[in-house]
Ligand binder design. Structure first.
Ligand code: BGC
Length: 252
């Protein structure tokens, strides 16, 4: 069984056909820059271009870096504000001519990691955090997802800013933080998270997870901390899973 997975981010839109028996990509990934400004029609045109690139007709899953309820994008932290309130699932279905499932990007990465990656076989509470332009979160209890959590927007006590403005990978680069300094910030963030939730495992994903050897030994929490395994492909794979209803994301 295969599906097309498309991962929409603030800087790039990536896609591939995914083999859902194995969670492996069945084609090369193809990436197109996110149009700037990232308005709905411009992004939909890129999604269409990707479906054409793969000559794909059939089940298609798309991620989006926002809260997604009933196919509607409800927020827009790192994309054009005009996305708020758009029936984006329908927009992409019309653009591609394919049935589309839309879900939050971190939820997609989370379900992929839980099925094929670092969360495989793990019970209890597993929290996947994606450190990129923002910080995405996905929480699983005994393998079941609690959709649309937004723990990247957790206010950091005494700092007056939310977590993703304090310790995302974008902030690390923009402020030219050394790995030790960035890890110290992430540890502060983990402390706040652990005050509110008691994860058994924290999976560190997103773009930064490619460089895990630089910072993983510096991270501290009561939870077991592990590196995401699917890294850049997690969103694509999770999107493809959603396309085939392997995850029930919609809160209907
Ligand atoms: C958004 C989340 C998203 C995360 C990672 C945040 O700014 O609010 O919905 O999962 O960025 O892209």
């Amino acid at each position: 069984m295969q599906a097309l997975g498309i991962d929409i981010g603030g800087s790039g839109i990536k896609g591939a056909v995914v083999d859902l028996e194995t969670g492996q990509l069945a084609t090369e990934r193809h990436r197109i820059d996110t149009p700037q400004p990232s308005k709905p029609d411009a992004v939909a045109a890129v999604v269409k271009q990707l479906a054409r690139h793969f000559n794909w007709s059939g089940a298609t899953g798309c991620t989006f870096p926002a809260i997604v309820r009933h196919g509607v994008t409800m927020t827009a932290a790192n994309v054009d504000k005009s996305w708020i309130g758009v029936q984006a699932e329908q927009l992409f279905a019309t653009a591609t001519g394919n049935p589309v499932r839309l879900l939050n990007d971190a939820d997609a990465a989370g379900v992929a990691e839980m099925t094929y990656g670092a969360g495989r076989g793990r019970s209890g509470m597993v929290m996947i955090l994606t450190f990129g332009t923002g910080i995405g979160s996905a929480i699983f209890h005994d393998g079941k997802l609690l959709p649309n959590t937004e723990f990247g927007h957790l206010p950091m006590p005494m700092k007056g800013i939310i977590a993703e403005h304090y310790c995302s990978d974008r902030v690390r680069k923009a402020e030219d933080l050394k790995w030790g300094e960035w890890a110290r910030r992430v540890n502060n963030y983990f402390e706040v998270l652990e005050l509110l939730l008691s994860p058994d495992v924290i999976v560190v994903g997103g773009g930064v997870s490619k460089k895990a050897e630089k910072f993983l030994p510096l991270l501290k929490a009561q939870a077991t901390i592990v590196q995401a395994e699917l890294q850049n492909d997690a969103g694509i794979v999770g999107a493809a899973m959603a396309a085939h209803d392997m995850v029930r994301i919609k809160s209907e």
